[in-house]
Design a protein around this ligand. Structure first.
Ligand SMILES: [Zn+2]
Ligand SMILES: [Zn+2]
Length: 194
């Protein structure tokens, strides 16, 4: 399989007839991305991205597949995490782009040049969730005391559940049952009696 370190692919250089295909591996350097306002480092696995180019009538079908590890902080608790991702993106590149509406052509294609780095970067972002978590049920950090709630419980967040209690405390009334603000403590609430 041909190997290249060139970040872009010139389809005119490929002597492909209609129906033929060729494959190559493109080395991709580690690079940062931003998700949910946080910076993550993408480290491609293996030799880089696998690129398959198929000649069709009227153009080329370019498929990019890349496995990568993504490193950064959990969106909720800020602990370091590593997420595996298999990114995959496919683009059709018309031979006669002037006959096409510009909006229908991939932003990673300019004439018959394909920006493979941009394409794999986009593929990785699309393959990831919007916010990366160390685990699906990560409890995060208490916004009041800053404790990592995965490691220890704190009690401030319980008092934060119902802001109406806070209001009552300000008024010096305490409690709340008499005022009918505790409907959430009814018997049908599992674990309500603690
Ligand atoms: Zn977490
Ligand atoms: Zn707390």
């Amino acid at each position: 399989m041909a190997r290249t370190t060139s970040p872009s692919l010139d389809l005119r250089e490929l002597p492909l007839k209609s129906g033929e295909r060729t494959e190559r591996v493109v080395a991709i350097e580690p690079y940062p991305i931003f998700l949910g306002g946080q910076r993550y480092q993408v480290v491609p696995q293996g030799e880089g991205a696998d690129v398959v180019i198929e000649r069709l009538s009227g153009g080329y079908l370019v498929t990019v597949v890349m496995e990568a590890s993504v490193f950064g902080a959990c969106y909720r608790c800020l602990r370091e995490l590593e997420q595996q991702v298999e990114a995959r993106q496919q683009e059709f590149v018309p031979s006669n782009p002037e006959k096409w509406d510009e909006d229908d052509i991939s932003p990673f294609v300019d004439d018959l040049m394909v920006d493979l780095v941009g394409l794999t970067r986009e593929a990785v972002i699309l393959a990831l969730p919007e916010k990366l978590l160390c685990r699906e049920d990560c409890l995060g950090i208490c916004p009041q005391c800053g404790k990592d709630l995965n490691l220890e419980e704190c009690h401030c967040h319980i008092e934060q559940l119902d802001p109406r209690w806070e209001k009552l405390r300000e008024l010096g009334l305490g409690g709340g049952e008499e005022l009918g603000v505790s409907e959430a403590d009814g018997e049908d609430v599992p674990g309500g009696e603690e």
